[in-house]
Design a protein around this ligand. Structure first.
Ligand SMILES: *Cc1c(COP(=O)(O)O)cnc(C)c1O
Length: 258
């Protein structure tokens, strides 16, 4: 029987000592796109999307100058932060960029500094209540930063608010005492059609303008763009790009058990 083809392409996963160079090249190419599109130098932050990466790889990227991590899975967020603390890693911020299940909300608040994926009133109210309790217990001193995830491509399988409900929802979050709305997050349209991808980012930028006009001045960030579409996102006004593959190579895959 022929061996089953492996879905893990180990050859293309960079060695640990290649990570600093890959991060430096990413910074360089971001700076070039920022300049080319007439954006202010330094106006686009790089958030390292570290799902399934070993703590050593994450540490290598932080040592190379990475200051912002994005985690999809709360368990990995906790474990990585613990390992980084044990290794005396340089200071960094951590955002949640994956869907937050309601039973994980408290741990997300304890280990991250921002949740980018708020997309329901129920989750917003729960986070608000839990952050209020943390403040009462002296575990936190200020409202927790959140973003609204926008489903800008209309793909049904994607999380996020439908664009037409975002401004209203922003008003609801702004009314919650223990949350601070800092911006919008989206995953661009999943297509090779550049115009369609750009359009999905434009929708989110326009929503931020409307939210600003509604008087919610804290909502300044646009978290949009990943390895394959970050140039388009920067051109459309992204302030945070979430990048994994360009720095860490293809992610370790979970091999399905059969
Ligand atoms: C994994 C992930 C990214 C990064 O994707 P790459 O293609 O590896 O750059 C960005 N955003 C979210 C929400 C992700 O889950």
């Amino acid at each position: 029987m022929p061996a089953k083809e492996s879905i893990v392409n180990l050859e293309s996963v960079p060695a640990l000592d290649e990570i600093p160079g890959r991060f430096a090249r990413l910074q360089e190419s971001v700076a070039q796109v920022v300049a080319k599109t007439g954006r202010e130098p330094g106006s686009v932050a790089i958030e390292l999307a570290v799902k399934y990466q070993a703590p050593e790889s994450v540490l290598a990227a932080i040592d190379a100058g990475g200051t912002l991590l994005g985690h999809n899975i709360i368990q990995q967020l906790e474990e990585t932060e613990q390992a980084l603390a044990d290794a005396n890693a340089p200071r960094h911020r951590t955002h949640v960029i994956g869907h937050v299940q309601k039973n994980k909300a408290g741990r997300a608040l304890a280990y991250a500094q921002c949740i980018e994926t708020v997309d329901s009133s129920k989750l917003a109210r729960r986070l608000d209540r839990l952050q209020g309790e943390r403040i009462e217990r002296g575990e936190a001193s200020h409202p927790f930063d959140v973003m609204i995830q926008v489903n800008s491509s209309g793909t049904e399988s994607q999380y996020g608010r439908a664009p037409e409900s975002v401004v209203d929802f922003a008003g609801k979050i702004a009314g919650l005492e223990n949350l601070r709305l800092v911006g919008l997050m989206t995953i661009g349209a999943h297509t090779t059609d550049v115009a369609a991808i750009a359009r999905s980012f434009q929708i989110v930028r326009e929503l931020r303008e409307q939210i600003q006009e509604a008087g919610i001045a804290s909502a300044t960030e646009l978290s949009m763009g990943m390895t394959h579409d970050m140039d388009i996102a920067i051109a459309e006004g992204s302030t945070i790009i979430r990048v994994g593959t360009a720095v860490f190579g293809p992610r370790p895959q979970i091999i399905s058990q059969q």
